[in-house]
Design a protein around this ligand. Structure first.
Ligand code: SAM
Ligand code: SF4
Ligand code: SF4
Length: 343
């Protein structure tokens, strides 16, 4: 594998709160084969919804080029997400291109429904690990939480395919929603432990502007831990400032559990993450209300130095800390949808 060839000529340096840019999430498509009500509710993303025209989305070469720019600025982790990244026919080309840059950590978040079709090709392209979103093992709850014709068995088969292909570690993401899937939490924990998968429970967040989020629907990380601990004793791991999840090991040694407490215990102080939207806009927060356009300079011939300067300049001015402000009751603004900005 080749390594990043460009010598960094501009480093981003710290943002206004002293945070460095280390991690970029790239939304490769705003389309999805699910309609999870907490992310892309059908009422808003139904047949009349206008997705981004393909010509406006970055193509594979443009994505890889920008990934190289990020890597040369010190980014060590790139996660491909969306929307549903496995709907993108050229995903293998994207993974291959990023792997050739020598980025140490390339990850993919998927709903898993198409993993059986893709796992081997993605592994061959250089993907090492995968995160599959799975909110419930109850077929009826799964169907209401994904709101599509795709069955739970297809996602479970996708997870098996990822394992057969040797992708490791395989992690599961579960958004825990009050009165929706909270009762199935222990079943998921049991499944993850049996199968050797790392489960990460995510607090339901007020992303975008269409999911009708209410604080009352959030099950806090503390409550999640309390419920799990009751059955499976847990030991807290030393906090990893680079990770969004607080991790707990099961006391009997059967794997670990992560909780992502973006609502009840925000972690903006450690946030080294930027997001690249489907059309090439760079956002410095999941809850951003505006991004800066990298596609226009890219398409009008800007060289890598110029692109690095644009990114570095934006990062230097970054003062995002939405989740902390939410806790103080002063967060505001019309936010971009998560499928577009990259979950
Ligand atoms: N389609 C892929 C998937 O579902 O894994 C990737 C994109 S999805 C936007 C990325 C992650 O965001 C998923 O794990 C999903 O559960 C999470 N997510 C979406 N909406 C959320 C919300 N309102 N609160 C918390 N997590 C959310
Ligand atoms: Fe699609 Fe993922 Fe959003 Fe569900 S969470 S609607 S699978 S992008
Ligand atoms: Fe980072 Fe924004 Fe989330 Fe805070 S709210 S952790 S700054 S993405």
């Amino acid at each position: 594998m080749t390594t990043v060839s460009a010598v960094p000529v501009v480093t981003t340096g710290p943002d206004r709160f002293g945070r460095l840019l280390r991690d970029v999430r790239i939304s490769v498509t705003d389309r999805c084969n699910f309609r999870c009500p907490y992310c892309m509710p059908k009422a808003r993303f139904g047949p009349g919804h206008r997705f981004l025209p393909r010509a406006e989305a970055l193509d594979a070469r443009e994505i890889v080029r920008l990934a190289g720019v990020f890597a040369s600025l010190g980014v060590t982790k790139i996660r491909l997400t969306g929307g549903e990244p496995l709907l993108r026919p050229d995903l293998v080309e994207i993974v291959e291109g990023i792997a050739k840059l020598g980025v140490p950590d390339i990850a993919l978040t998927t709903n898993g429904a198409l993993l059986r079709r893709w796992a081997v090709r993605l592994r061959d392209a250089g993907l090492q690990r995968v995160t599959v979103s799975l909110d419930s093992l109850d077929p009826a709850v799964f169907t209401s939480m994904s709101d599509s014709r795709i069955e739970l068995s297809e996602v479970l088969d996708g997870i098996a395919a990822a394992r057969d292909a040797g992708l490791a570690p395989i992690k599961l993401n579960c958004v825990v929603q009050r009165g929706v899937n909270e009762d199935g939490l222990l079943d998921l924990v049991g499944f993850a432990r049996r199968e050797g998968l790392g489960l990460r429970c995510i607090e339901y967040m007020d992303v975008g502007a269409t999911n009708g989020w209410r604080m009352a629907d959030v099950v806090s990380g503390e409550e999640i831990l309390e419920r799990v601990r009751h059955v499976y004793p847990l030991l807290e791991e030393a906090p990893d400032p680079a990770a969004v999840a607080r991790t707990y090991r099961f006391a009997d040694g059967s794997g670990d559990l992560g909780v992502i407490t973006s609502v009840s215990r925000p972690f903006c102080g450690d946030c080294t993450r930027a997001r690249l939207g489907v059309d090439g806009k760079l956002y410095t927060c999941l809850f951003a209300t505006a991004g800066i356009d990298l596609r226009e300079p890219l398409r009008s011939g800007a060289d890598d130095d110029a692109l690095r300067r644009i990114v570095a300049d934006r990062w230097k001015r970054r003062d995002d800390r939405y989740s902390e402000l939410r806790g103080l009751g002063i967060a505001e603004g019309e936010r971009i949808e998560m499928s577009y900005i990259g979950g």
